[in-house]
Write a protein that binds this ligand. Structure first.
Ligand SMILES: [Zn+2]
Length: 79
């Protein structure tokens, strides 16, 4: 089953440039499931280590809803 996200994208406010940090484990699991549906695995965007579990996901609305997964190590190294 492939879910459509076009409706969501159309509602995007062009002035909304804030980055959203998702650290809720249930939400992260949901994002991981969506990524796998798109043939993508949820691995840390910064270090690319697939063995590390994802601690948070950074959503960048300005970048076409880019989702950056971050492991606990990289999350702590964020400025
Ligand atoms: Zn990492």
């Amino acid at each position: 089953m492939i879910r459509e996200f076009t409706g969501k994208a159309l509602e995007t406010d062009p002035n909304f440039v804030r980055v959203e940090l998702i650290d809720d484990p249930a939400a992260i699991a949901e994002f991981g499931f969506e990524a796998r549906c798109e043939g993508d695995d949820l691995i840390c965007r910064r270090c690319g280590n697939a063995k590390l579990s994802i601690a948070a996901i950074l959503v960048v609305p300005a970048g076409g809803h880019a989702r950056w997964a971050l492991c606990a190590n990289c999350l702590l190294e964020m400025p």
